[in-house]
Design a protein around this ligand. Structure first.
Ligand code: PHE
Length: 377
């Protein structure tokens, strides 16, 4: 059995001889490894930190080498060390194969040896692993921008549940049971609720307006909140509709709030989003929870109002619903409608994102197609 000799002579020729003896022993012992326990013994004998052969050659050859020979001995030791480590790896695989496939199948073993050596070699020319950095989704980016516009005006942010009761989504917003205005919001209901009183039945909220009610139930006036969030409607997906989308709701209640405040606030918000050249227009509309109610349009930011494809040649783009809070709504939350007034508004976030980023199909936001999303990186 091979033992590491002490060296007296550190000349290159003497080192050659010592290295050759060691390598011959290494090879012979590797060839004899036939099973798992031999693999382990072989590994310990050659590489164990405590008294393995690698440790011994460091002790006996490197440490005792005269100062002027240390460099060459050290370099040679590094070569031997990696040769030993490779041989141990290969012997391990070959030993396991031999144990599994008794009798020598030389072709297979040679093949395995080659494969292992190839895998073990590090190819520093290979490209590294690219970890793409995520970016904020364009819809959330638009939502963040909107939120910051209103936060600067003194609004705070409130949230509410996406699964709502009929009471918060409709009744307290002055949609009486069976009122036809309910039909305008193609509602997705949770099934199996028939035994419950109508106001307690669950549905997926069709707008963020229920958060107005929840906020007023919990806060004394004055109130200035915006309520961003996900809403659902039973709409078939197409270029402008999605069964899931986002809204930003706003509510301002105080003494002496007028329609002028509503106009000024929304005009400022739209100018912040689309540039100061943008104009706003308010036309009469209907929502059960606001009186009077309006549809708000902005002058087309693409053509400046001349008429183009996005604004359907009209020069205007309809962006939000708004109005003065209906006194009946104050009744549901015990606010004094004689002393207080307020306004509310609601807008579709995808709609705004489509305008901001010139996207012509709302579905693009939900496909998860990297080619689309990468453009926002
Ligand atoms: N909730 C209304 C909708 O989804 C929008 C709206 C909000 C209108 C607040 C007026 C006031 O259609």
């Amino acid at each position: 059995m091979y033992t590491v000799p002490k060296l007296e002579d550190f000349s290159p020729a003497a080192l050659d001889t010592a290295a050759a003896d060691l390598l011959a022993a290494l090879k012979a012992e590797a060839a004899a490894v036939e099973n798992e326990s031999a693999v382990e013994q072989f590994r310990i004998r050659w590489t164990a930190r405590k008294n393995g052969i690698i440790t011994q050659i460091v002790e006996l050859w490197l440490k005792s080498a005269p100062a002027e020979a240390k460099r060459t001995v050290g370099a040679r030791l590094n070569e031997l060390k990696s040769e030993i480590e490779n041989t141990v790896k290969v012997a391990k695989a070959v030993g396991l194969i031999r144990e599994a496939v008794p009798g020598d199948i030389p072709g297979q073993i040679a093949f395995a040896k080659n494969a292992i050596l190839k895998v073990e070699r590090v190819d520093i020319s290979l490209p590294g692993i690219v970890r793409p950095l995520g970016v904020r989704h364009p819809v959330l980016r638009t939502l963040d921008e909107l939120i910051s516009v209103f936060v600067k005006m003194g609004y705070s942010v409130a949230e509410g549940p996406e699964v709502e009761t009929d009471y918060y989504n409709f009744e307290a917003l002055n949609f009486p049971p069976n009122h036809p205005a309910r039909d305008t919001q193609d509602t997705l209901f949770v099934s199996g609720q028939e035994q419950k009183a109508q106001r307690d039945r669950l549905l997926l909220r069709t707008h963020t307006s229920p958060v107005q009610i929840r906020t007023m139930e919990n806060l004394k006036p004055p109130v200035r909140v915006i309520c961003p969030g996900k809403v659902h409607r039973n709409d078939a997906p197409d270029a402008t509709h999605s069964p899931v989308f986002h809204q930003l709701e706003g509510l301002c209640v105080d003494t002496n709030i007028t329609f002028g405040d509503l106009k000024g606030t929304l005009d400022h918000a739209m100018k912040s989003m689309f540039g100061s050249a943008v104009k706003t227009s308010f036309r009469p509309s209907f929502f059960p929870f606001t009186e009077p109610s309006v549809e708000v349009s902005i002058s087309c930011p693409f053509c400046g109002g001349k008429g183009c494809r996005p604004c359907k040649q009209s020069g205007w783009i309809e962006l939000l619903g708004a109005g003065m809070v209906d006194p009946n709504v104050f009744g549901f939350v015990n606010y004094d409608a004689k002393k207080l007034s307020g306004f509310a508004f609601g807008m579709g976030v995808e709609r705004l994102a489509m305008m901001t980023y010139n996207v012509d199909d709302i579905q693009q936001f939900f496909y998860g197609d990297m080619r689309f999303l990468e453009q926002f990186a």
